[in-house]
Design a protein. Sequence first.
Length: 213
Amino acid sequence: MRQMQQISEILDLDGLDQPPQDRMLQIFSEACRLFAQHGFDGTSMRDIAKACGISKATLYHYFPDKDAILRPLVMGITRRLHERVVAAVAPQDGAGAAHRLLAFMTASSAFFEQYRWAFIVSSTVFWTDPKVRQRRQRIEWRDRHEALLRQILEEGVASGAFRIDDVRMAGRLVLGTLNWLPRWYDPKGPLSAVEIAERFHAMIIEGFAPVRR
């Protein structure tokens, strides 16, 4: 039930006039898990129906194909991630660029930890949507996200908090550390995703050079 509730929070269902039914949420939830564990191409409609305990005919009553299940998940995760991070990095009194960068990284990691399966699916199938319009919309949200990070880095350079020669390259470094987290993160490990992001942030800010006394 909790997993279904989480899925409902991130789905992008602009075409629906009313909230999705519980059966639809179950299908989204189980399909999301299967896509993340076995890949989109490695998951069939039969697999999804079996995981939900329903017939293929019932599944096709709700969705014509796998793309119709995948699209709201991927579009939703891309959009909700950006909205979550925007709220987290909102300027606060006395909060400099380093603090806002930390907020960007920890909010991203917390979002990943909360919506792990959907995050993994989104990161692995970002470019595969056959419908150009939806793919273009996701790219627009991604570009907003990257622009927000570059703005934080540029503010840090202007204030003297950061020494960065290439802001775009620095942005790719930060995003790379976050986007690869789903590839190796173990939720049963000693550190939470947020704690890992905090350590990444410290490494980026302080560097690997020894502290000079």
